[in-house]
Design a protein around this ligand. Structure first.
Ligand code: NAG
Ligand code: NAG
Ligand code: NAG
Ligand code: NAG
Length: 395
């Protein structure tokens, strides 16, 4: 089956332009230099201007690492970025920890374990929040997202999340969300209800979960989605219409799963923009898709693409043919004219030219002869004109 998909036509669709680069969510450093931020900093935390790589700007960051208890902390009111990490053995995150902080753009909580989950209202005042990372937070409370209408990036990886925790309404208010990370959790299937209102999502990653099933129309409202990472999941079944309506999807990562039959589902999906398909079975690793004749091919040249060629290779999702001497054109389907044929055509052309010249000369001779005879011929025909009678005058 695998070799079948390797060589044979797989997906019937119209392809978009080839060679589209992955839209990288990795960002570069911030422009300019950090400013100074003089402020009364909470105990066991540091306060400084720091580069937020997602927003690509310098932000006023409060960073509290390991020694803090988070109790009795008051963040400066101008705080834009909060980072809390490596905190263990606390009861919970105090419910009013972030109250009054309307400038906060980014919250990053990493490796925090506590006795009880933080309250649902924890982030409710951070209405301008753009990025939220809750990574290795135990336990995490997913009811915290209700107010975050500005949120672009939500990273919830490595939180032991199970389907029972991710209720259908959890992401409903996140209408600005563009990037969702749910890697390394314990999800067993993807619910279409999760993505009902997150219509601006561009990337979803659910790699390294325990997902065995994807239902029909799971992503049907995600017309902006360009990257879907499903790798490292023990899929058993993917429904035929699972990828229905993903009209902007450029990259799909499905490698390292146990599914050998994803081909027909992808064929059925007719993903018009797909240029990168990461799919690994026990034997092959496909990276790029090639388009020809409204059909997809997994790596390598479409059979029959090069007609009279020495070789065919794929570069930038486009097949390139090296033609034999006698042929040219993109597909080596245009015959070059050989020397013998050229001679034949030349001789024929010369003969035709000769005949034409003879015909022209004969005709010119005729015309000249006729023009010499014409005056005499006319003279014989000439007859005297009757005299003009004047018009009768009105009196
Ligand atoms: C700051 O760290 C010290 C030493 O670990 C600790 O005793 C103290 O309670 C901490 N203060 C806060 C506010 O977390
Ligand atoms: C997580 O936090 C604990 C306690 O502060 C620390 O011992 C551990 O090394 C941290 N783990 C990581 C991966 O940073
Ligand atoms: C998914 O869609 C396909 C194609 O329309 C249909 O045959 C199949 O029964 C559907 N599966 C479920 C579980 O609804
Ligand atoms: C292109 O696809 C059509 C329909 O599937 C097929 O009949 C035709 O032979 C294909 N052309 C080439 C050059 O493969």
């Amino acid at each position: 089956m695998a070799t079948f998909y390797f060589y044979v036509v797989c997906l019937v669709t119209v392809m978009g332009t080839g060679g589209v680069l992955l839209k990288s969510t990795r960002t570069l450093s911030c422009p300019g230099q950090p400013g100074h931020w003089h402020v009364e900093c909470p105990a066991n935390c540091t306060c400084q201007e720091s580069c937020n790589t997602y927003l690509r700007r310098w932000v006023k960051q409060v960073s509290c690492v390991s020694r803090t208890t988070l109790r009795g902390i008051t963040f400066p009111p101008t705080t834009q970025d909060i980072s809390i990490s490596n905190v263990a053995g606390i009861t919970t995150i105090p419910p009013d920890l972030f109250s009054g902080l309307t400038d906060v753009l980014s919250v990053d909580i990493f490796n925090v374990s506590m006795a009880t989950s933080p309250p649902a209202s924890l982030l409710s005042e951070l209405v301008g929040l753009r990025t939220l990372r809750l990574v290795s937070v135990k336990p995490v409370n997913l009811k915290m997202f209700a107010n975050l209408r500005q949120l672009n990036q939500l990273d919830l990886h490595n939180n032991d999340l199970e389907n029972v925790q991710v209720q259908a309404g959890v992401f409903h208010t996140l209408t600005s969300l563009t990037h969702l990370h749910l890697e390394s959790n314990s999800l067993t299937y993807l619910e279409s209800g999760w993505f009902h209102d997150t219509v601006n999502l561009e990337t979803i990653s659910v790699s390294d979960n325990n997902i065995h099933y994807i239902d029909n129309n799971t992503f049907q409202y995600l017309s902006e989605l360009s990257e879907l990472n499903l790798q490292q999941n023990p899929f058993v079944r993917v429904e035929m219409n699972a990828f229905h309506n993903l009209n902007n999807l450029r990259s799909i990562y499905m490698d390292r799963n146990q599914l050998d039959t994803v081909g027909p589902v992808l064929i059925h999906a007719q993903l018009p923009q797909l240029t990168n398909l990461y799919l690994q079975t026990s034997r092959y690793y496909w990276k790029h898709v090639t388009a020809f004749n409204q059909t997809w091919y997994f790596r390598g040249c479409p059979p029959g693409y090069c007609v009279n060629s020495l070789s065919c290779s794929v570069s930038r999702n486009t097949p390139w043919c090296v033609c034999t001497k006698e042929y040219k054109g993109d597909r080596c389907d245009v015959r070059r004219i050989s020397r013998g044929q050229f001679l034949g055509i030349f001789v024929t052309a010369m003969v035709l030219v000769g005949i034409s010249v003879v015909i022209i000369l004969v005709n010119v001779g005729r015309v000249v002869a006729r023009s010499c005879q014409l005056p005499r011929f006319r003279k014989l025909q000439e007859t005297p004109q009757p005299p003009q009678t004047p018009m009768p005058q009105m009196t």
